[in-house]
Ligand binder design. Structure first.
Ligand code: NDP
Length: 332
């Protein structure tokens, strides 16, 4: 057992019957790439012992190696299959024409390949990693429904789809009596709020959309560790991630992060704990997917659950005054 950690909370994934821990573990850039398999093992074990039941993956992560590592570890742990959820995402499978996108061919082939790499008989969650303008949504909905009928997938969803695209998928499913999408995986953190708080607002009640949100720490910017530069060994120092650094490590975000620091201290929390607790506080977030390259980071992040009750209305208002980015009333 992990000592001193608050009890895990479980939420329904949207209006489905599935219970997902409010914190979960992701593997982007880490598993099969940045970190050793031993560290990956430590991260998964620490998560599971803290009550986290969802492990997120994708065919694209480290070109499939992330799923291979996770599969090997799931086999080794031999946890009761009813006690955890594992996902994959389809879109970026390779460079050839039919290795990309959401055609029936790629959705089915990517699922079969992910099942092999992850060494499981079914995926609990299967996401369309991005919308595909070259495939009719109807084709993708039918493909997902087929996989569910075959028992290879339990719940399917989307990632970074617009409210309109999600609504279209839902309508197609309703029209043909197919299983509609259950969840969406969008970016959500203190500096990126519009989709979760505004664009999807109506979908939570109308179609019962669940959300598995990513990058709660804005790739580490919200830990404050980049405020005085980019140290070797950190994510934003990595080769090939200039696009991410340019996008997220802005002067404005650094300035706001520095202003959040004393507030976190006042609450007896660290900056990452404040940032993660703020995401958990949103009831439309089903689970916050944590990323970590070290076990100590993960332990610090899991302890953010103790900060959630400290986010009173007054504290939330003070955060709003610092970030100054609350979405305005929605037209959706
Ligand atoms: P975060 O924004 O939380 O970033 C995680 C990274 O920040 C870590 O890998 C680590 O990087 C650093 N970090 C984390 N905790 C701490 C800490 N306490 N102190 C200092 N540094 C810390 O999340 P991710 O961007 O990793 O996203 C989480 C998951 O979401 C992914 O693993 C993936 O499963 C999913 N995802 C989905 C996407 C999609 O399109 N659907 C896109 C992106 C992510 P380092 O130590 O290297 O600096």
């Amino acid at each position: 057992m992990v000592a001193h950690l608050p009890p895990m909370e479980y939420r329904r994934l949207g209006s489905s019957g599935l219970q997902v821990s409010v914190l979960s573990l992701g593997s982007w850039l880490t598993f099969g790439s940045q970190i050793s398999d031993d560290t990956a093992e430590d991260l998964m074990r620490t998560s599971y012992e803290a009550g986290m039941n969802f492990f997120d993956n994708a065919e694209a992560y480290a070109h499939g190696r992330s799923e291979l590592v996770m599969g090997k570890l799931l086999k080794k742990f031999d946890w009761d299959r009813t006690t955890f959820l594992v996902s994959s995402k389809v879109y970026w499978g390779g460079d050839k024409p039919n290795q990309l996108g959401l055609s029936r061919k790629h959705v089915v082939e990517a699922c079969n390949a992910a099942l092999k790499r992850l060494q499981v008989e079914y995926l609990d969650l299967y996401f369309c990693h991005r919308p595909d303008k070259n495939t009719p949504i109807e084709e993708t909905v039918w493909a997902m429904n087929t996989l569910i009928q075959q028992g290879k997938v339990l719940y399917w969803g989307t990632s970074e789809w617009s409210a309109q695209q999600i609504t279209e998928a839902y309508s197609v499913a309703r029209q043909y009596n197919l299983i509609p999408p259950t969840m969406e995986q969008p970016q959500y953190h203190l500096y990126h709020r519009d989709r979760i708080e505004q664009e999807y607002k109506r979908l939570y009640s109308t179609i019962g959309l669940g959300t598995t949100i990513w990058s709660p720490l804005a790739s580490g910017v919200l830990t404050g560790k980049y405020s005085s530069g980019v140290d070797e060994g950190t994510r934003l120092a990595r080769k090939g991630l200039d696009w991410l650094k340019n996008n997220i490590l802005t002067e404005e975000n650094i300035r706001k992060t520095e202003l959040l620091k004393p507030l976190a201290q006042e609450l007896g929390a660290t900056l990452p704990q404040l940032a993660i607790a703020w995401c958990v506080k949103n009831p439309n977030v089903s689970t916050v997917i944590l990323g970590a390259s070290k076990t100590a980071q993960l332990q610090e992040n899991i302890a953010s659950l103790a900060t959630v009750p400290k986010l009173t209305e007054d504290v939330i208002n003070r955060i709003e005054e610092i970030v100054q980015n609350k979405p305005t009333e929605s037209e959706y």
